[in-house]
Each structure stands twice: as C-alpha cells, then as structure tokens.
Design a protein around this ligand. Structure first.
Ligand code: 5GP
Ligand code: MN
Length: 336
C-alpha cells in the first residue's frame, strides 16, 4: 500500500517489536546514509532496531555514526516484526533471497519502483532517500534529529546529488542541507572523508579502466570496462571504481556513458549515465534493472559482446526517442 508522508510518519512512529533496517547491495551514500539515519533516529524513539546489509560498507563511509553496528550477512536468520528497506525499488536489489519479517516498509525515490512491500512511500522527484527520510523524521519528531541523524542524511543527499550538482537538486534540497548544517554538519568534514582519503590503488585501477574507453553510436555513447583481473592487478576494492563513469560522461558530444563491471565470470553489472536527453531509467528497466532518468543500472549474465549488442540496440532507440522528444518540444531541435 502506498502511503503519503503523514501516513508513513504515523506508521513508523507507532512501530512495535523488533525492527530490521536494510538497503541495497553494494551500498552507496544514500543507502548507507538513509539506513544509518533511521537506525540512529529510531533508537532515540526507544525502538529495538538492527541494521543488516548484504554487502560490506565502503571504507569512505566509515565516519558515519552507527556504522560499526551494521551487520553484514549473506542470509538473515533472525525473525523480525518489521523491516524498513531504504533506497530500494526492487526486492532483488536487497541481495537477500528472503527477509524474515512479518510486515515490510519501503522508503525510496526511484522512478522505476514497483510496490513489493506491505507499505511504501516512493517519491521519484526527491533527490535522495535521505532527503525524503528527513521530511518523514521532521513529521515524527524534529527534536530527535541530532548530529547522529543529520550527518548520515546530509551524506546521502550530498552523494546522490553529485555534491548538489545533478538535476535532482531542488531548492528544497538546499533548504534541507542548510538545516542540517545548522544542526552541526560540517560540509568539509563530509567531503574530505568521502573524497580525500583515496588509496593509490584506486588510481592504478582508473588507469587500467580508462584504457578501455571506447565509443558507440556515432560517439554519442562512451563506455568503459572493469575486468575482475584489474582488481587483482591493482589491489583496488570494487567500490573504488565509484565515480569512474563521470569520465566518459564528461566527453563532449557524449549523451550516454556506460560502465561495464565484471562481478564474476559471465556476470556483469552495468551502470548508465545520461547527460539529460536520454532516459536511461527506461533503458535499464527494459534490460531488467532500474534507476533514475539520468542514472540507472542493470545486471546481466553472459558474454560482454552480447550484453553490449543488446544494450546498444536499446540505446539507439532511446537516442531516437530523445531526438523526436526534442523535436516535439522545441519545434526545431539542434542536431544531437
Ligand atoms: P549505479 O550505477 O551508481 O550503481 O546506480 C545508479 C542508479 O541506478 C541507482 O539509483 C541505482 O539504484 C540504480 N540501479 C543500478 N543498478 C540497478 C539494478 O541492477 N537494478 C535496479 N532496479 N536499479 C539499479
Ligand atoms: Mn538513492
């Protein structure tokens, strides 16, 4: 059942019993931020809360309060009365085959979200699950939003908006950020923890990945690839490739950037980024994934050449759609 903000706030405030919080696999700043913010906030409400992830937390989020309370498990054996799943639009994304909870809640902001829990709130026009969580927490009790809550909320907003630069950054996003800074968040502290603790291994990995840079569809698509052997060769962690996709996206004339990551032999994670004209969420959805208009992804099994062929066919159609969308909107669009 989809709930509005007031209904969701009331539901969460009244939760009783054992509460589990989880998020998506390969957790990013919004996933870690939203789950830890809810963990710290609900503890202040004297609730019995546990946070479990499927995948380990990238080291650059280790400054967030509550991070060492998170359990990383392959499988959830304990039973819970409630589960709150943040930043997840599809049950597969949690990485767990099953979550043993009586009732379930989703708090999310993906345009491709399909209802899969008992209760959900999904607002695709909001920058991040963290921003949405902040609005809900204010409805519950603003007094409990102390620094242990404000810091993870700010971090999730900061990372999901590309440091307040992507098109999902609204005037309200800045207002929330200002309130969080007033509560004691230090923007430099957040930035330097996330972006200024790079290991040299990351740059060795970047060097190998950038050598794979190639183009498709007349230069409108730029793609890079990370083979498993690159990680072994450089000693880099998979999460240290975060942000690499911004290099192909930054190239003049490119409309869509693609990052192919080999997870295991024959198993790939594909990230898509648009410069705005192409809706990559719908492309990802057609290939079994999801996301947002400007940032989306999917998982694929098989040979890389076949995955590329399937994806580039979809992107060709999407580029045409974007061209005609431009035609109907502007009457006389620029060549794209
Ligand atoms: P990233 O490329 O950074 O992993 O993800 C970009 C966006 O696409 C995120 O909002 C993420 O939730 C979404 N996304 C990435 N991979 C998948 C996927 O396999 N399935 C779904 N449903 N969404 C994905
Ligand atoms: Mn998010």
């Amino acid at each position: 059942m989809r709930l509005n903000r007031e209904e969701m706030a009331e539901l969460i405030e009244g939760l009783e019993g054992r509460i589990l919080i989880t998020t998506h696999k390969n957790p990013d700043g919004d996933a870690v931020g939203s789950s830890l913010a809810w963990y710290n906030f609900l503890k202040k409400l004297d609730k019995d809360v546990t946070v479990i992830y499927r995948d380990r937390i990238p080291y650059f989020f280790d400054f967030l309060p509550g991070v060492y309370d998170v359990k990383v498990l392959q499988e959830i054996k304990d039973k819970f009365d409630w589960v709150i799943i943040t930043d997840v639009s599809d049950p597969k994304r949690t990485g767990f085959d099953a979550i043993p909870a009586e009732k379930s809640i989703v708090i999310d902001h993906h345009v491709t979200a399909e209802p899969f829990t008992d209760y959900s709130i999904v607002e695709p026009e909001i920058s991040s699950t963290c921003e949405l969580s902040y609005y809900l927490m204010k409805l519950i009790n603003a007094d409990f939003i102390d620094i242990s809550v404000a810091l993870p909320i700010y971090t999730g907003i900061y990372t999901d908006t590309g440091s307040f630069s992507y098109s999902n950054t609204s005037p309200e996003t800045f207002e929330v950020a200002a309130e969080l800074v007033r509560k004691g968040v230090n923007p430099y502290f957040v930035m330097s923890n996330i972006f200024e603790r790079n290991r040299l291994n990351k740059f060795k990995l970047l060097e190998l990945v950038l050598r794979t840079l190639s183009f498709a569809l007349g230069g409108k698509v730029a793609h890079i690839t990370l083979f498993r052997s690159f990680l072994e060769e450089t000693g880099a962690y998979p999460e240290e490739s975060e942000g690499f996709i911004n290099y192909p996206r930054s190239i003049a004339g490119v409309e869509v950037a693609v990052f192919f990551k080999e997870i295991e032999k024959g198993s790939w994670k594909v990230s898509l980024r648009s410069k705005g004209k192409v809706d990559v969420a719908s492309v990802a959805k057609r290939l079994g994934g999801g996301g947002h208009r400007m940032a989306a992804g999917f998982e694929a099994e098989g040979e890389l050449t076949e995955i590329k062929e399937r994806l580039f066919k979809e992107l060709e159609v999407a580029l045409e759609d974007a061209y005609y969308e431009g035609l109907s909107q502007k009457g006389n669009p620029k060549e794209m």
